[in-house]
Design a protein around this ligand. Structure first.
Ligand code: MOS
Length: 710
């Protein structure tokens, strides 16, 4: 006997382009950001930063400032609430960078020394700028150099060193050797929306309206700092104008909580762009040495990657730049090491593709140099060195489709016709070249909880403590819920950015949408099964809650990464030193792509940042003061429209076999390898290797003067 179904066949939404569900709110200005949400009886705090790079606060002249119009309080190390810094935070170790106003020590220029609170933002700013602070200054040291003898092993969230095989022996036995030093400068996140937080006590609960990458994460850190029950803290962060790693817990949230506690009224602290350059973390500069040795056929015998980065005297943050070497290529002798030097500078932090972005510049340029020496096409060299297992972990790969990325990228970019010789293509005043590089970023998932409610009116409500930092996460989660419920996305409302929705992964490590998607899919699928039994929906709806803590454990035991093949074409004017990127193509193997529209935008955003990293971005410190030159978006150059040509991003078929949706993550892989592809293209255009970022006009001119071929 045959059966027929009358149900309309379901068409899955995952993999189908969908505009942002909050797009209309955002473009009409109806979406409110943390600094513009109205509060009754709101007071405003303004941070005062130290003007010396090392020393102690001798005294603070608070009296004249307290007499200024509207001023309510000046919080500083002698009167601010004490905080607990003796805890192990969510990321594994205590970070006293948040312990502001606790003592008189000044570890670097830009350290917060006071918060001035007033009735209006203007009054607070006026008073903060008038506050006189006396210091006992001590000599400072901001000299970042590979010649330092006081470096320490860089133990961060990954081990400082990995080592197998006899490096010197394998180098000696190699037919081709590359030994080169690469440097990358201090770089800043520069997201559009400045950091802003408003704290208030409401019926015995602390509430924070904020802009962050994980409301539940911020709850945990604030509860630890102020010795509160996490259940008595609520953090709400509905719309976030970019984060890139810098929107965790920063001093403005801590200062706002302190002031709200002291004054017993709502207090808002917003950072200026200049303050952000000192208070919100940044990417450490790096000095990296890469040594590669290969057989005549290009197979790697030796790989060594050492990286030095800096940190503050307050907290050890390590820029894990050798991560790409630990994942991408194996060798008989394989050595990697991170070292750290502590200087009188602010604490660096996670910044989009932490480790991988600067590390891939060094490694992927060195691979290009090896290809040149070995007389091999750089893609062919990479394909010959595709590892069977994780080079350091020894684990099998979940799925590794880097080769497919290169094959598809080479086809679409027109790589086959490329003349490998450098410095031979001219078009008027421009020398032309093309370059390529590989990229990867670790894929994983963190435990999350979600609820999905079937409402009596036939709609559905999803609640999860996710953060949409501009990625399109809210939309992706709506599509995932739609598929699991087998209903159109228009029938779903997705609420995010509220810690009261329960524990959830933060928007970081390229793991947000995957972690939350897993929880939403689990709850929605269970709800659909329940509804399929024909249950009547009561007025309060039917709610299913999921918790993926046990499920995500299934990801252990394999190396999991997203991959990318980056291609760039550049034009270089050696008379002016100008480098123009003409076109870029990135082909990615990054798991199931939930929403191609926002995914493409995110990957192109990463590649655009790579252009910026290759050619523009560089924060420069003044040795005398210990401060930054031009710490704003006039002095700190980021790529803008005229710098960004035709950038294309696409992907090959790829799925994580152990993820219910097949997702891997796309937040960071877009930037990885981009700067190397551009630097390799500049070599192909000019015949000159640029091993120091950014590739500024003066560096191009200097190189042209030294190598007079052009
Ligand atoms: Mo990121 S640098 O994991 O926000």
């Amino acid at each position: 006997m045959t059966t027929t179904t009358t149900r309309t066949p379901f068409r899955g939404r995952t993999g189908t382009a969908h505009t942002r569900v909050e797009g209309r709110e955002k473009v009409t200005g109806a979406a409110r950001y943390a600094g513009e949400i109205p509060f009754a009886d709101l007071a405003h705090g303004w941070l005062v930063l130290s003007t010396v790079a090392h020393g102690r606060i001798r005294s603070i002249e608070t009296e004249p400032v307290l007499a200024m119009p509207g001023v309510l309080a000046v919080l500083h190390h002698e009167n601010a609430p004490r905080v607990n810094t003796d805890y192990v935070g969510m990321l594994g170790k205590p970070d006293p960078t948040l312990a502001v106003f606790q003592d008189d020590r000044v570890p670097h220029l830009g350290w917060p020394v006071a918060l001035v609170v007033a009735e209006t933002s203007e009054q607070a700013r006026e008073a903060a700028e008038a506050l006189v602070v006396h210091y006992d200054q001590e000599p400072h040291d901001i000299d970042f150099s590979p010649a330092r003898t006081d470096t320490v092993p860089g133990e961060g969230y990954v081990p400082a060193t990995t080592e197998k095989g006899d490096l010197e022996a394998e180098l000696a036995a190699s037919a081709f050797v590359v030994d080169a030093e690469y440097t990358t400068p201090e770089e800043h996140h520069s997201m559009m929306e400045p950091h802003a937080a408003t704290a208030r006590w409401d019926g015995g609960r602390l509430e924070l309206v904020d802009s962050n990458q994980g409301a539940f994460w911020v709850v945990g850190e604030l509860a630890n700092l102020f010795s509160l029950d996490p259940a008595s803290v609520r953090v709400v962060s509905e719309h976030v104008g970019g984060g890139f790693g810098s929107k965790g817990v920063r001093v403005h949230q801590v200062a706002a909580v302190m002031a709200a506690t002291e004054l017993q009224r709502p207090v808002r602290v917003v950072m200026t762009r200049r303050q952000m350059f000192y208070l919100t973390g940044y990417r450490s500069p790096t000095v990296q040495r890469v040594r590669l040795g290969a057989d005549a056929d290009g197979r790697l015998r030796a790989l060594e990657h050492h990286s030095l980065s800096l940190t503050s005297p307050v907290h050890d943050f390590v820029e894990s730049s050798t991560m790409p070497s630990r994942v991408m290529y194996d060798a008989d002798a394989h050595h990697t090491a991170h070292r750290l030097v502590r200087l009188n500078v602010p604490t660096p932090t996670y910044m989009r593709a932490p480790g991988e972005a600067p590390g891939s510049f060094a490694l992927e340029c060195a691979i290009d140099e090896l290809a040149e020496k070995a007389g091999l096409d750089p893609i062919e060299l990479r394909l010959r060195n595709e590892p069977e297992r994780g080079p350091v972990s020894g684990l099998p790969f979940g799925s590794r489709n880097l080769a497919a990325c290169f094959r598809e990228g080479a086809r679409r970019f027109g790589w086959a016709d490329r003349d490998p010789r450098p410095g031979v293509r001219r078009e008027g005043r421009w020398l032309l070249g093309t370059g390529t590089a590989a990229g990867s970023f670790a894929a994983g998932a963190g435990p999350s909880t979600a609820t999905v409610t079937a409402e009596a009116d036939g709609t559905f409500t999803v609640r999860i403590g996710a953060a949409d930092i501009g990625t399109g996460a809210r939309t992706a989660l709506t599509l995932i819920a739609a598929d699991a419920l087998e209903v159109p996305p228009e029938r779903i409302r997705t609420h995010i950015g509220d810690s009261d929705f329960g524990p959830a992964m933060l928007a970081g490590g390229s793991r947000g949408t995957r972690s939350w998607g897993w929880a939403v899919q689990t709850a929605a699928a269970e709800l659909r099964e329940r509804l399929a039994l024909g249950t009547d929906i009561p007025p309060e709806g039917i709610t299913v809650r999921s918790d993926t803590t046990a499920a995500v454990g299934a990801l252990a035991g394999k190396e999991r990464h997203s991959y990318g093949a980056q291609f760039a074409e550049v034009a270089v004017d050696v008379a002016t030193g100008e480098v123009r990127v003409r076109r870029m193509l990135g082909i990615f193997a990054a798991g199931t792509i939930v929403n191609p529209l926002t995914a493409r935008s995110q990957l192109i955003g990463g590649m655009t940042w790579g252009i910026s990293m290759a050619l523009h971005e560089e924060a420069v410190r003044d040795k005398a003061s210990g401060g930054l030159y031009g710490p704003d978006l006039a002095g700190y150059h980021v790529a803008t429209h005229a710098d960004v040509p035709f950038v294309e991003a696409d992907w090959v078929d790829d799925h994580d076999p152990d993820d219910p949706i097949g997702i891997k993550g796309i937040g960071e892989v877009g930037i990885v390898g981009t700067a190397a592809a551009i630097a390799n293209a500049v070599w192909h255009a000019t015949g000159v290797r640029h091993r120091h970022l950014p590739i500024r006009p003066d560096r191009v001119l200097q190189a042209a003067a030294e190598v007079p071929h052009a």
